[in-house]
Design a protein around this ligand. Sequence first.
Ligand code: C2G
Length: 129
Amino acid sequence: MKKILTYGTFDLTHIGHINLLRRAKALGDYLIVGLSTDEFNQIKGKSSIFPYEHRKIILESIRFVDQVIAERCWEQKINDINELNVDIFVIGDDWRGKFDFLKEFCEVIYLPRTEDISTTQIKEAITLI
Ligand code: C2G
C-alpha cells in the first residue's frame, strides 16, 4: 500500500484544497493529512475561522482523505514519515524547495497550486458583502 502524506491548515475548505487532496490521493492508495492545530497556526502566523475539531471533521468527510493527524510543529514531519511508513510527501508548489530535506526519507512532490482561490480571498470577499 503506497502511503501519501501532506500537511496544511485547510480552513474554509475550497476547490484549491480539494484539487490538492484529489491529486495527492491519486499518487497512491492511502492519504494522510497532517492538519495544523489552532496553536500551530499561531506559530505559522495564520488564524483559521474554523477551529481544529471542525476542520478535522470536514477533512475526514472528504473521500480522498483516509486519515487525519495533528500537525503541532514544523519538526514532526520526519518522525511522521518514519512512524507512518510514508512513501510520498506532497504539498502545493508555493512550498517548492522548502521540504527537499525530506527526500532522504521519502519521495517529495510539489503540486501546482489552484489559481485564483485562497482562504484569504474568501475572507476578503465576505467582508465586502
Ligand atoms: N493549496 C493549493 N491551491 C490553493 C490553495 C492551497 O494547492 N489555491 C494547497 C497548499 O499548497 C497546501 C494545501 O492546499 O498544499 C493546504 O493549504 P493551506 O491550508 O494554506 O496550508 P499551508 O498554510 O500551506 O500549510 O507544514 C506545512 C504547512 O502546514 C502547510
